[in-house]
Design a protein around this ligand. Structure first.
Ligand code: GCV
Length: 646
């Protein structure tokens, strides 16, 4: 048993009486649903009937739960819906005071996935909770923890998982070869029995290494045949494999550009070869020039995804999905929404978030990210002809706006083999929250947090109140004491942890803030790099103009003097000083709220978070002082409130 997680309800062989109203012949999903309910101690002596309904509006994954004097009924149209319904019932029953449960729930997003950046040597790229539990010493491992992981995903409504790093290297290339394929099949079967589809990352350049091919040109007949044969082989063994996620032409990896081809030609090569097997190709749009000269004032990394993909709308096959990061740069604490959303009506899209806290405190700082994701999903894209379907990001990625065949939400996961799965106990709220949010984006951040707190720490009011306050303060606090006003990248390049204001300023990554003694920020409107013009109106005009750009993104879009007055009435420099002091004070408040729970929750769980707060208290002050001193030394402008600057 791993440490406290929402799923760790006490189990024994004495759960409830579950009857299944139908034919049980060898259906692992239903078996698992029944077992989950039967072994759940908190349901002891209840009568629960599981059964199918002919109500097709529930789709493959929806369910209905009802209560009567006889007991409870969990109904679904398909077996996947039954297992989601069984897990949801357990959560709702544990959270409910009067134990009357009546819900009908159907997931809003078709794809609800986690992406692992796990390497086969056991390391995890940007992993902050130990090593991989999928891979150890270049081997694929399947054990009790893998099963618990499948249960976790199902309990939250996730329906897809990519187990290996997008940067496929070394042994990972063999996952689709004889060496590992039967193990991958075993894993697929395990996940399938919990309603979760398995996906892999593939190496786009793989045929280059075959001496008979020696190329990855998407229009080369030999390359086409190589992938057709490869997918025929894979699917002859794992016919239900979901498909593949691909990072090409990105951060040093070859891709169609290497051969003068478009991203659509590259994606379609794989899509056509996999189509007879009903697999999908998830093609990442994280394509940009990572060899930029910082002296080059014209190139803007923020423009790249749009520049490379927008004009290809309509050219991708219908089993391709573009996977697009939430912002145009790379998972910063604050970025505008990627302008591709709402601008490609004929191309399937899904949004990529990151719950691995690469730039948001690396699971040493508490940072509940759901409020940030809600803001992104709520962004109005003003897509043309959306009509009644809506054109917020949430509508686009749920497929409503344009009727996409495939679409949805995925996140780079924050899990590892640490005992508590996520390093920081409170980071589990992001794993929990992202699953729930992708199932039902209308849930509020507070609702999700309250569910998670109740299931993890119980129903004590004070415990709930304090942890909720901590979670809801945490993302704004991190933003306050780190990089200001949407500027991004004031972080140490080595590990992306801790302050280093000029760490990226003279690098090749295209991530510059251009602070001088009198101005800061980048001009990204029509007089600058032109990025703001990638949006639909009225967003384009809003970002064009310094006066209508929201404060929190001001320095992303504009270069301004330090005495520029924000909508808040403060100057830019005073805003920087104030927020940095406030952010560090917020951490003191959060740590105090946690201290108040001493003795009220499991001691070890208390201690683990207490220790993380000890670090965060110090580290937030480090952020505060380094950033404030940086700007003080550049500008020599004193803090209005006379606080110490170094
Ligand atoms: C997997 C960022 C990270 C990389 C990551 C990359 C990506 O640049 O720092 O570690 O690589 O994003 O999303 O592909």
């Amino acid at each position: 048993m791993y440490t406290k997680l929402w799923l760790d309800y006490v189990t024994d062989d004495n759960g409830c009486i579950v009857s299944f109203d139908g034919d049980l012949s060898d259906n692992k999903l239903i078996d698992n649903a029944v077992n989950e309910l039967r072994s759940c101690n908190c349901l002891k002596d209840l009568n629960i009937v599981l059964g199918f309904t002919d109500d097709s509006s529930l789709g493959d994954e929806g369910y209905r739960i009802s209560t009567s004097v006889m007991g409870y009924k969990i109904e679904a149209y398909k077996d996947t819906g039954l297992i989601y319904g069984a897990f949801r019932f357990i959560s709702l029953y544990r959270l409910s005071e009067d134990k009357t449960i009546s819900v009908t729930e159907v997931p809003v997003n078709k794809l609800r996935m986690l992406n692992h950046w796990d390497n086969m040597d056991g390391s995890i790229e940007r992993g902050y909770s130990g090593n991989s539990f999928f891979f150890v010493n270049n081997d694929l491992v399947i054990n009790e923890r893998t099963k618990d992981y499948a249960r976790i995903l199902c309990s939250l409504g996730y329906n897809g998982v990519v187990i290996n790093n997008v940067n496929v290297k070394g042994e990972a290339c063999n996952l689709i070869n004889e060496k590992f394929i039967y193990k991958v099949k075993e894993l697929e079967e395990l996940f399938y029995s919990y309603g979760v589809k398995l996906y892999l990352c593939l190496n786009y350049a793989a045929p280059i290494e075959d001496p008979d091919v020696g190329s990855a040109d998407p229009l080369d007949e030999k390359v086409i045949k190589w992938w057709e044969d490869k997918f025929d082989y894979i699917y002859s063994i794992i016919p239900r494999l979901g498909g593949f996620l691909v990072k090409a032409d990105s951060e040093g990896r070859p891709g169609p550009f290497t051969y003068g081809r478009t991203q659509a030609e590259g994606a379609n090569l794989l899509a056509r070869a996999i189509a007879p097997h009903h697999g999908i190709i998830i093609w990442r749009c994280f394509v940009y020039n990572c060899q930029q000269d910082w002296r080059d004032l014209k190139t803007d990394r923020a423009c790249a995804a749009y520049d490379y993909f927008h004009d290809l709308d309509g050219q991708f096959d219908d089993n391709v999905i573009l996977q697009i990061k939430n912002g145009p740069m790379d998972f910063q604490i604050r970025e505008p929404v990627t302008p591709l959303f709402g601008k490609m009506p004929k191309t399937n899209q899904m949004i990529e978030f990151q719950i691995a806290q690469e730039y948001t405190g690396q699971q040493r700082h508490v940072c509940y990210l759901i409020p940030w994701f809600k803001e992104v999903l709520g962004f109005e894209t003003y897509a043309e002809n959306a009509g009644k379907n809506g054109s917020k990001v949430v509508d686009v990625v749920s497929g409503k706006t344009f009727g996409y065949k495939y679409s949805g939400m995925c996140a780079v996961t924050n899990t590892g083999n640490d005992e508590n799965w996520t390093g920081h106990d409170l980071a589990a709220a992001n794993l929990y929250g992202f699953g729930r949010l992708s199932f039902d984006p209308s849930l509020s951040s507070e609702e999700i947090a309250n569910e998670w707190i109740g299931l993890t720490y119980g129903n004590d009011e004070k415990v709930r109140e304090n942890i909720l306050k901590i979670l809801m303060m945490s993302w704004p606090a991190y933003e306050k004491y780190s990089a200001p006003l949407g500027i991004g990248w004031m972080v140490c390049p080595a590990e992306h942890y801790g302050p280093d204001p000029d760490g990226y300023e003279y690098s090749r990554w295209g991530t510059y803030h251009k602070a001088t003694h009198d101005t800061v920020g980048l001009e990204r409107n029509s007089t600058g790099t032109g990025y703001s013009m990638q949006y639909n109106e009225p967003n384009a005009s809003m970002y064009e103009n310094v006066d209508t750009t929201p404060d929190e993104l001001l320095l992303f879009f504009h270069k301004v003097p330090y005495d520029h007055v924000l909508k808040s009435g403060k100057t830019v420099i005073q805003h920087i000083y104030d927020t940095h002091f406030e952010g560090a004070e917020d951490v003191e408040t959060m740590a105090r709220l946690w201290d108040e729970l001493n003795g009220m929750i499991d001691h070890n769980a208390f201690k683990r978070v207490f220790e993380r707060f000890e670090h965060q208290l110090w580290h937030s002050k480090e952020w505060r002082d380094v950033i404030n001193s940086y700007f003080y030394r550049k500008t020599l402008i004193e803090d209005e409130k006379g606080r110490e600057l170094y």
